[in-house]
Design a protein around this ligand. Structure first.
Ligand code: NAG
Ligand code: NAG
Ligand code: NAG
Ligand code: NAG
Length: 269
């Protein structure tokens, strides 16, 4: 996985857009990590050569198209990873226009389609092989798109899998927090960028990465009337996506510690 990082080095530091706010767009890391860490000096060609393709791309394209139809995302622009992230947000926000039932139905529809994609259409092995930045890049997608897709689907896999009960308990907050709390969510990212882009080594990104997830998680906790459960799940979804571009930060010391903070908070009350 470490070898994937240099692929990002060739991207310009793009303007940050924050649709599906909870994970840090891969393009933020690109130049900075590469420039500051001599360890990452591989080249795209070498990485692709070292990885034998294990994905049946033709089947994957059919399954992806099926996912887009079944989830309801076909009503939106899903032409690249950035647009697909925005489409997911928009699908949930549009569902919420008909209240909690509509919001829940959109989330259920999205998650059913995700389960079909992973469990039925692709199967776990092909899902792992195909939903990988390296495969997307091999097929001619940009690194930003490749990492963007892998981060998005990793997150969905968590939200629609083990953490589904946490998300479905708060469908309105899941759908509306990205918009209602956009200023505060943006400031989590500003803190992250301001705080660590000047750091010298990649491992110094880990502390700020953890704080970023907790910053976002706390906002969801608050939005959902002190649901530490939702806040932690959002933080964990964020972490799972971010360690794809920061594989040095997988150690449990950088895990989300929102639960503990929440309990102390309750205690003081
Ligand atoms: C994604 O697609 C949209 C719409 O086609 C386009 O405006 C945008 O520049 C694309 N973004 C990236 C990062 O390719
Ligand atoms: C990735 O690149 C391929 C080939 O350029 C293109 O057909 C496809 O639309 C892109 N996106 C996805 C999700 O495969
Ligand atoms: C989001 O803001 C809208 C408009 O102010 C409000 O009606 C809605 O209840 C808010 N949703 C949540 C989950 O706070
Ligand atoms: C650098 O990393 C350290 C350790 O994670 C962190 O405390 C600090 O805020 C970061 N930023 C700067 C500019 O040093």
């Amino acid at each position: 996985m470490k070898l994937l990082i240099p692929l990002l080095a060739f991207l310009p530091l793009a303007v940050v857009c924050l649709p599906f706010v909870d994970f840090i767009n891969p393009d933020i890391f690109s130049r900075t990590i590469h420039q500051k860490n001599p360890v990452f000096s591989g080249e795209v060609g070498q990485v692709l050569k070292d990885n034998t393709p294990g994905c049946n791309w033709g089947t994957f394209q059919l399954c992806l198209a099926d996912f887009i139809t079944k989830s309801g995302l076909s009503a939106y622009d899903t032409s690249n990873a950035t647009m697909m992230k925005m489409a997911v947000n928009q699908l949930l926000a549009d569902g919420a226009k008909s209240g909690p039932t509509g919001a829940a139905n959109s989330l259920i529809q999205l998650c059913r389609a995700q389960q079909v994609l992973y469990s039925q259409c692709l199967g776990l092995d092909q899902a792992t092989q195909c939903i990988s930045a390296i495969e997307f890049i091999r097929q001619g997608n940009t690194s930003n798109d490749g990492f963007g897709y892998q981060m998005l689907f990793t997150r969905l896999n968590f939200q629609c899998g083990v953490a589904f009960t946490s998300f479905i308990a708060h469908p309105m907050e899941v759908a509306q927090t990205p918009t209602n709390y956009s200023v505060r969510l943006d400031s989590c990212l500003d803190t992250f960028i301001g705080g660590n882009l000047n750091n010298d080594t990649v491992t110094e990104f880990c502390g700020p990465m953890e704080q970023y997830g907790e910053c976002v998680g706390k906002i969801y906790t608050e939005a959902a009337q002190c649901s530490v459960d939702l806040g932690w799940s959002v933080c964990e979804a964020t972490r799972l996506a971010n360690i794809i571009t920061l594989p040095e930060c997988t150690d449990s010391q950088w895990a989300c510690k929102l639960g503990t903070v929440g309990y102390n908070f309750y205690f003081l009350l």
